[in-house]
Design a protein around this ligand. Structure first.
Ligand code: GAL
Length: 693
């Protein structure tokens, strides 16, 4: 008997602790799925649609997002039959199902009965029913209703073998309407502060409330800082805490929903879909609560990006960054849950993407290790807010749209690649030797963006310049929070690390002394983690690392650029220039060529222990200076980088090389003799992708 009990317990435990590899077997490489909203279409079309989704090669279907009014049409009356039938149809056609908690759309019966759950905008207006994400996540009343619907859903589908996973809510963000300033949020913010500081005196000290007599006598006097309410702007330290609190509250809401789902789910993963490079939530805070990571990706939405074709191609750095980041959180399984299948409807202008580029975005996901891609959405809505949004099929519901064809092509590429999958493929040594940890700190971005000191500075653009530069060296990149161990990387890049503490400085120092190459960039080291300046010379705590002082920095007005030279080449800059004063023994890598500080150093290299610290204090207009300096540093280290044009990106994954061309001209590919192209062409046209082995 005891053995039977033990066996049973073992079986139960193995069911409960499904490994990520079971959900996304490595030999499957990448699985491709699509969103479907059955509640929006006549039941007579469900079977046809599901059959076509299968026929086109999709492997999973995403359902039930935004469907609260269909799942619980009146308080306490639950209707699952329609979803049951669709889950069953998916099973019939051999499609897996991803379900989504419908909590982004609390129904009218709920918001009218409990208007106190509605979010309040920064300008004090209560958001009305009729859009989505109109509730305040901190509201206990709202959470009680969320718990009921999520628990019911989980109980019904938590052990359904067709259902492989769950998405929680949708793009926690309030879609650009900012934070909710409703009373429940105010209350939780105060509680968070009380927990963090213990006494209001400590808060007064860390918020610098001696400035302008902002002293509080008790936590009860504090409200969420809100620029619309304040004369002369927000106290920067309170603003940073507000951002920290908001991200932690979003993570708390995800944790809450995940814990409700886990009461019933068996062998199903849980995720949420973060917005690409959106900065008010922080995926790292949820890496223990979510089984896999996902995000939403709409690269062509009116941005010019660069060159003639940029507005049709999107920015390959932004397209790639989230993969390299989310792959380094939690289980390591990531993918875009929504990938743009054509024109969108929500930007100020919504151009048609370059033919072929949707295929490229999908293959870029593949190249960077994504285990799934899901596209938004299968059918073009005939009514509602998104009817200009292209989809997989045309408005007739059956004709394959151009984006649908690119998805089908990608599905076929994956099927071909699976046949060539070799489980033990290891990355080529020279490629691995360039592996770079790209430290990503949301706090730094918040703090810089709260006071950029010049409208010409954009932190995300600064990050992307370095991302692009590293990719032009075919460097594999792991974007990681600085709390993770970076000691095993040959290169560590910490871009614009404005907030720093003694602990990080000590970790950087020991990393370099042990042989690492640390690259620091403009604005680093100015403040402590509260956002206070150091009571030292400007950014002095990093001088021992960089081997150079930073007596001043400069910023130039719009329309005025200045020059910097490196290795006989001249570059322009305008957003930020740290003027460096190297100590003896520190090498100068770039020099200002004009202004009153002409001849001063703009970039330096300092040998320390067995390693070196490179400091690039200037932010160039095009990022070519940064790319040239990194190329020199990597080459001097013997890392043999093959220089690619900026925006042609080539990566290795599971034995496959994948190239994507986001430049305006055809690009020759560095394929070795005898290489077999699985897809694409050489030279590679703009917007196209190729895979070879
Ligand atoms: C996303 C959102 C989706 C849908 C999509 C349209 O940001 O998560 O629900 O609205 O945009 O492009």
């Amino acid at each position: 008997m005891p053995t039977r009990v033990a066996l049973f317990l073992l079986l139960a435990a193995s069911l409960l602790s499904a490994q990520p590899a079971q959900w996304f077997p490595p030999e499957q490489l990448m699985t491709i799925g699509v969103y479907y909203y059955p509640e929006a279409w006549p039941e007579s079309q469900w079977d046809r649609d599901m059959a076509n989704i299968k026929k086109f090669g999709f492997e999973f279907v995403h359902m039930s997002e935004f469907s609260w009014a269909f799942l619980e049409p009146e308080e306490g009356r639950f209707e699952f039959a329609w979803l049951d039938r669709n889950v069953e149809l998916a099973r019939k056609y051999g499609l897996k199902v991803v379900l989504c908690t419908p909590t982004a759309t609390p129904p009218a019966w709920l918001t009218r009965k409990h208007p106190e759950i509605l979010m309040v905008r920064a300008d004090g207006r209560v958001i009305n029913h009729g859009g989505r994400e109109h509730a305040d996540w901190s509201s206990p009343v709202y959470r009680a209703y969320v718990e009921k619907i999520v628990e019911k859903l989980a109980a019904r589908y938590g052990s359904n073998p067709s259902v492989i996973g769950w998405q929680i809510d949708n793009e926690l963000s309030h879609y650009g309407s900012g934070m909710s300033y409703a009373p429940p949020s105010q209350q939780k913010f105060r509680a968070w502060l009380q927990e963090k500081y213990g006494t209001v005196d400590r808060l007064n000290r860390d918020w610098g409330n001696a400035f302008w007599s902002q002293i509080y006598n008790s936590f009860s006097q504090i409200e969420m800082p809100n620029a619309s309410d304040l004369v002369a702007g927000i106290n920067p330290h309170s603003q940073l805490d507000l951002q920290r609190w908001f991200a932690s509250e979003a993570a708390d809401y995800l944790r809450f929903q995940a814990s409700v789902l886990r009461r019933h789910t068996r062998n199903q993963w849980i995720t949420t879909n973060y917005m690409m490079t959106y900065d008010l939530t922080d995926p790292a805070l949820s890496e223990k609560d979510l089984d896999i990571m996902s995000f939403t990706m709409y690269p062509v939405s009116g941005g010019l990006f660069r060159g003639d074709l940029g507005f049709r191609l999107g920015d390959p750095a932004q397209v790639s960054f989230m993969h390299d980041y989310l792959r380094n959180l939690g289980s390591g399984i990531e993918g875009p849950m929504e990938l743009q299948p054509g024109q969108v409807n929500w930007a100020s202008v919504n151009p048609w993407p370059q033919p072929g580029v949707i295929h490229s975005w999908i293959l870029r996901a593949f190249a960077l290790g994504a285990r799934f891609v899901c596209t938004y959405r299968y059918r073009q809505p005939l009514y509602g807010n998104e009817l200009y949004h292209k989809t997989i099929v045309e408005p007739d519901g059956v004709t394959i749209a151009p984006g649908g064809k690119e998805f089908i092509q990608s599905i076929q590429d994956m099927q071909a690649a699976r046949k060539l999958y070799r489980p033990n493929a290891t990355p080529p040594a020279d490629y691995a030797a360039r592996r770079t940890a790209f430290l990503c700190s949301f706090e730094n971005r918040w703090d810089i963006e709260n006071h950029t000191q010049t409208t010409r500075w954009n932190t995300t653009d600064h990050w992307m310049k370095y991302y692009r530069a590293l990719k032009s060296l075919t460097a594999p990149i792991d974007v990681i929070p600085d709390s993770k161990d970076f000691s095993r990387y040959p290169y560590v890049l910490a871009p614009a690390y404005q907030l720093i503490d003694q602990d990080l400085i000590a970790r950087f120092t020991s990393y370099v002394e042990n042989g690492g190459t640390l690259i620091l960039t403009a604005r680093t080291g100015q403040k402590d983690k509260r956002g206070h300046l150091w009571e030292t010379l400007w950014a002095e705590p990093i001088y021992a690392l960089t081997g150079a002082a930073i007596p001043k920095y400069d910023v130039l007005p719009e329309g005025r650029n200045a020059t910097v030279t490196a290795n006989g080449k001249t570059y322009q800059w305008g957003a930020w220039g740290d003027i460096l004063e190297p100590r003896p023994g520190t090498e100068v890598l770039a020099t200002y060529a004009d202004q009153f500080y002409r001849g001063s150093a703009a970039a330096t290299r300092h040998k320390l222990g067995k390693g070196q610290v490179v400091y690039i204090g200037v932010d160039s207009l095009t990022g070519e200076l940064e790319a040239d300096i990194l190329a020199k540093v990597y080459a001097d280290n013997g890392a043999k980088p093959a220089r690619l044009p900026l925006n042609l990106m080539i990566d290795w994954r599971d034995g496959f090389w994948t190239a994507t061309n986001f430049t305006d001209t055809p690009q020759p590919l560095p394929t070795p003799p005898g290489a077999k192209l699985l897809t694409g062409a050489n030279p590679l046209p703009p917007g196209a992708a190729a895979i070879w082995q």
